[in-house]
Design a protein around this ligand. Structure first.
Ligand SMILES: [Zn+2]
Length: 66
């Protein structure tokens, strides 16, 4: 099946019987992320954890409250 990355809008094709495809079919809202975006986010998350500054969700919430 064809999937679109929510971050960079890249269209990718994944095997119909892959766990990813099954997950996406079960949910109407597509939250697919391509490999490069996945890795980028993972890397960023790891960097934050490494610096002891892991406040991703709190930071977003704070900005919304402004
Ligand atoms: Zn992407």
């Amino acid at each position: 099946m064809k999937v679109k990355c929510v971050i960079c809008d890249q269209i990718e094709s994944i095997p119909d019987d892959s766990p990813e495809a099954k997950k996406l079919r079960n949910r109407p809202i597509h939250t697919y992320m391509c490999n490069s975006c996945n890795q980028r986010i993972e890397q960023r998350t790891n960097e934050r954890i490494a610096t002891g500054n892991f406040r991703l969700y709190r930071t977003i919430k704070t900005e919304d409250e402004w």
